[in-house]
Design a protein around this ligand. Structure first.
Ligand code: ME8
Length: 513
């Protein structure tokens, strides 16, 4: 049976419209999931929406809507985003679903039974925007230093989770799981935070009602982060620890933004260990996008709309740009110039042209069928070997959430292949040595086949079109067909070639928009 692979996106707060940050996390997860699927794993990709808490309740009230009606309405925006970006998730969880609420209450009961939760009184700072409690030394001038969110003083009866007792065990867990957090620099931040000492964590609120009720004490709702984190197991059917849970837990990786790493790398494993459950295998934190050098914010009015990006540039270029332009894990800047450059130079010129040149020469000169190659030269073997070695390199990068390096490695072979075309000049061979021309074009077609199989996770649309043009059947597009295992069969008729990565041309001023 195929090896399981479970990957999750954060669940998104429904009070916001989907923006580039949401699209980015989900897109990366989608590419990782597609990659593992093509590599033969039994993949489960989970996404969804985070619908409880004070922030969402306030957004509903501000619009004069009942919170349930409001969340029913706006949760759909994130499904649309998933459709528009071509995300192939296996499940979409909403925290207002009964399956999720039951799981939160079951986890709560288990923590109570194990003496990990006690009733007390919270007096301290809270930022609704972050849905987070802050200590005195984490705030300045009425705002959380880390996020800039305004804080308010809160005093209310509250249940507490004995987080203070888990510091040592968390550090021991980090020690024995050195790849628990990526990138490494962020892992150091997590360690330092835990080494600094942990306070017990307030895990219930009483001053509003929009949440999962605490079992046997309905005046309290469960703290929205304990509620939200549980989605990763409620979607696997927890508290039933058989079925999906047995197969897919612990998760292989939770991909999150850097701002929510602490919840995933400190609180979540502590909750799980306290409940006697296994922590996830890895948490990877990506950075934040700025827009043309400026912080993205609603008040600046410079939010990047992923729907607009896809509408203007197309889905493949958008996916390629976001995964290639910025090392995953670093902060990055969106610029229109960079987007145009990536589309035209990397996709249209480098990759698109390589395929288009090769396929149209085959169509024109070889009757539109896979050429019959003669003996391979050293140069032919070298290029075929480059393509055949590529999967291992790409696999290594994808295993540590480095899609930018995976793409860089793929583009290095594209560059080699373009140099090979220039050096072999098959258009000249047409008259002088047609048999050699057929060999060169075979090597090129075979190289494009390997490249197109490998680019499927990143650019599913264009890659599929290339594979269609090479007449590669749907069931021969997995990574097991890379290299010699799936070589093109000489004589196979090929459909007429068409360009798949068009150049982006600015609409003339005055038109469009
Ligand atoms: O935090 N660049 O949800 P959320 C990159 N509900 N990423 C960005 C970004 C930007 N400019 N702005 C936001 C939540 N993000 C919780 C998660 S999980 C159990 C609960 C990212 O909708 C941000 O880092 O506020 C986060 O990973 C994601 O968008 C969702 O944010």
């Amino acid at each position: 049976m195929a090896e399981p692979f479970y990957i999750t996106t954060p669940i998104y707060y429904v009070n916001d419209v989907p923006h580039i940050g949401h699209a980015y996390t989900s897109l990366a997860c989608d590419a990782f999931a597609r990659f593992q699927r093509l590599d033969g794993k039994d993949v489960r990709l989970l996404t969804g929406t985070d619908e409880h808490g004070q922030k969402v309740e306030k957004a509903a009230h501000d619009r004069g809507e009942d919170p349930q009606a409001y969340t029913d309405r706006v949760s759909g925006r994130f499904r649309h985003l998933a459709d528009a970006m071509g995300f192939a998730h296996d499940d979409f969880i909403r925290t207002t679903e009964p399956r999720h609420k039951d799981a939160v209450q079951a986890l709560w009961r288990r923590l109570v039974e194990r003496g990990e939760i006690y009733l007390g009184k919270y007096a301290g700072w809270y930022a609704v925007r972050d849905e987070a409690f802050y200590a005195e030394d984490e705030i300045q001038d009425g705002r959380a230093i880390a996020s800039g969110a305004p804080v308010a003083w809160v005093e209310e009866p509250s249940y507490f989770f004995r987080l203070s007792a888990w510091g040592g065990r968390l550090l021991a867990f980090y020690e024995t799981n050195p790849s628990f957090v990526g990138p490494e620099s962020r892992f150091n931040e997590v360690r330092r935070f835990v080494e600094g000492g942990l306070n017990d964590l307030s895990v219930s609120r009483t001053t509003f009602g929009w949440g999962v009720h605490v079992p046997d004490d309905p005046d309290h709702v469960v703290y929205v982060w304990l509620d939200a984190l549980t989605n990763y197991i409620s979607a696997l059917g927890y508290p039933d620890e058989g079925g999906l849970y047995a197969r897919f837990w612990p998760a292989d990786v939770h991909v999150v933004g850097k701002d929510i790493l602490r919840f995933h790398a400190v609180y979540w494993p502590a909750f799980l260990m306290a409940a006697g459950l296994e922590p996830p295998k890895r948490v990877f934190a990506h950075g934040w996008w700025t827009n043309e050098g400026r912080k993205i914010s609603k008040s600046l009015g410079n939010v990047i709309d992923p729907f607009a990006l896809v509408a203007e540039f197309g889905l493949d270029p958008t996916r390629y740009f976001l995964l290639r332009e910025v090392p995953f894990g670093n902060d990055g800047d969106y610029s229109r110039d960079a987007m145009v450059r990536r589309t035209n130079s990397d996709l249209a010129n480098d990759y698109g042209n390589l395929a288009q040149r090769s396929l149209s020469m085959i169509a024109k000169n070889l009757g539109g069928a896979v050429p019959e190659p003669g003996p391979f030269t050293e140069g032919d073997d070298a290029l075929l070997a480059r393509a055949a070695d590529l999967p291992d390199e790409v696999r290594r990068h994808m295993a540590v959430q480095a899609p930018h390096l995976a793409l860089e490695a793929i583009w290095a072979v594209i560059a080699d292949a373009n140099r090979y075309v220039d050096a072999q000049a098959p258009w000249k061979l047409r008259k002088t040595d047609p048999a050699r021309m057929a060999t060169v074009l075979y090597v090129l077609a075979e190289t494009v086949r390997n490249l197109a199989i490998l680019t499927q996770p990143f650019m599913p649309g264009g890659s599929a079109k290339l594979l269609d043009q090479l007449a590669v059947p749907d069931d021969a597009r997995g990574f097991d067909r890379l290299g010699a295992a799936g070589r093109l069969k000489p004589g196979t008729p090929l459909p007429a070639p068409r360009g798949v990565f068009p150049r982006f041309v600015e609409a003339p001023a005055g038109e469009g928009a």
